[in-house]
Design a protein around this ligand. Structure first.
Ligand SMILES: [Zn+2]
Length: 424
């Protein structure tokens, strides 16, 4: 037995010690397996013990254990992962009581077994507790707490509130404006430290930062400080940056995840910037659907806040995918599915596929939605692929996503940690 096999087995035995709520023994047979790493098994089987994958094999399983799921030749893949979402809408207490149970089930119905909340009200943590205790069903939730990088600069003159009073920041993103003379005020270090400690105490998984660099401002130095202090407390930092300028500033700060593809500015015309971003080896999430209009029943283009689409942002619909391809071709190590929307997950998947399918092959899209999104959450050792020792998060899909990526929408069974949580 080589060391690697031994470690694998030791890992599996160790993991089996920890029980998973609702987890079962299970055998999936007659499966066309796309394991998330790029490997395809035309006819195979997957064995699950106590919620973990114990075998992925061509042909029939050595033994049928527990619940037998006959995939009938359909495609079997890792559970989908959205590595950048927002879940809490409206009044957070009402969301928790009334909306969360159905909304979280909707993710499972669409095949999503893991979701990274890149900022939500703290009620999300209570929803997660309810999922973990089995009170409600939902995907695995990872959550970020906001840590500001600088004080406020005055809002832009064109920041008109949308109907309802809320201004979606993406409507009048400061990242679109040329760099002005204004400098954002620095936040005292002890205030930042207090916020980081509060995030840790509340049970958050990451620190979320927003990079809108001002001229000679404190943002990059603060990001470095947040990254370092977060690391000491086991809290990786994730960073929002949407222009090339701000993405370069973010990269300097060294976060663990960039939660957007830069869609302001053309990386095709900037090979030096492309190189810097790729060589930083920071995973990135796609979020290409934010600037691709969603069409309602009256065919009027809608923005993600359901208001009229701000047409002056429309160039981002093309620039995001093109920049994504530039980075991918330059060797970007990890590009994970992320959407940054509040639309229902299945509709969001269709929307995001429109952007991804412009520049990525179906094979690449499968990797983006599974393995790479898993790595983007920083839990890639547990989720994102169908491999021995990993959590048994599995979807059965009707159709062939390697021919038509839109078939990814046709999920017929979702399994989370060895438990069937959706069956069409
Ligand atoms: Zn976001």
């Amino acid at each position: 037995m080589n060391t690697r096999t031994f470690r694998r087995i030791a890992l599996v035995i160790g993991l089996l010690g920890a029980s998973l709520a609702g987890a079962q023994d299970m055998t999936v047979i007659n499966a066309r397996i796309l394991d998330g790493t790029g490997k395809v098994i035309d006819r195979g089987s997957i064995s699950v013990r106590a919620g973990r994958i114990t075998a992925v094999a061509a042909g029939a399983p050595a033994a049928r254990v527990g619940t037998v799921i006959d995939a009938q030749g359909k495609t079997v893949m890792p559970g989908y992962i959205d590595a950048h979402r927002h879940l809490v809408t409206g009044n957070p207490d009402q969301w928790l009581a009334n909306t969360a149970p159905a909304q979280l089930q909707e993710f499972l119905d669409a095949g999503f077994t893991t979701v990274l909340s890149a900022i939500d009200a703290p009620q999300l943590l209570e929803a997660r507790r309810r999922v973990q205790s089995g009170q409600i069903k939902g995907p695995r939730l990872f959550a970020a707490a906001m840590i500001p990088l600088a004080g406020q600069v005055p809002p832009p003159a064109n920041a008109k509130p949308a109907p309802g009073g809320f201004v979606d920041p993406a409507r009048t993103d400061p990242a679109r404006r040329p760099l002005g003379p204004e400098v954002a005020p620095a936040i005292p270090r002890e205030v930042t430290l207090k916020a980081i400690d509060a995030a840790k105490a509340a049970g958050y998984d990451y620190l979320k930062t927003i990079m809108n660099a001002t001229t000679g401002g404190p943002e990059i130095e603060t990001l470095k400080f947040v990254v370092a202090e977060g690391k000491k407390r086991g809290l990786p930092t994730i960073t929002h940056a949407v222009s090339i300028r701000d993405t370069l500033a973010a990269v300097e700060g060294g976060p663990a995840l960039l939660v957007h593809t830069p869609h302001i500015g053309d990386l095709g015309a900037d090979p030096v910037a492309t190189r810097k971003i790729v060589d930083a080896h920071i995973p990135m999430t796609s979020t290409l659907s934010v600037f691709i209009p969603h069409f309602g029943s009256d065919s009027k283009p809608l923005f993600r806040d359901r208001g009229p689409f701000p047409l002056d942002t429309l160039s981002s619909a093309g620039q995001g995918p093109v920049n994504a391809r530039q980075l991918w071709d330059a060797g970007l190590a990890t590009y994970g599915y992320g959407t940054d929307t509040q639309w229902p997950p299945k509709q969001t998947l269709v929307d995001e596929l429109r952007g991804l399918a412009l520049v990525f092959s179906p094979q690449e899209i499968v990797r983006i939605l599974t393995q790479d999104a898993g790595k983007a959450t920083m839990h890639g050792q547990e989720i994102g692929t169908l491999e021995i020792g990993k959590l048994a998060d599995i979807v059965v899909v009707d159709g062939d996503p390697l021919r038509n990526p839109y078939d990814l929408v046709n999920v017929v069974i979702t399994i989370k940690g060895g438990e069937v949580v959706f069956r069409k």
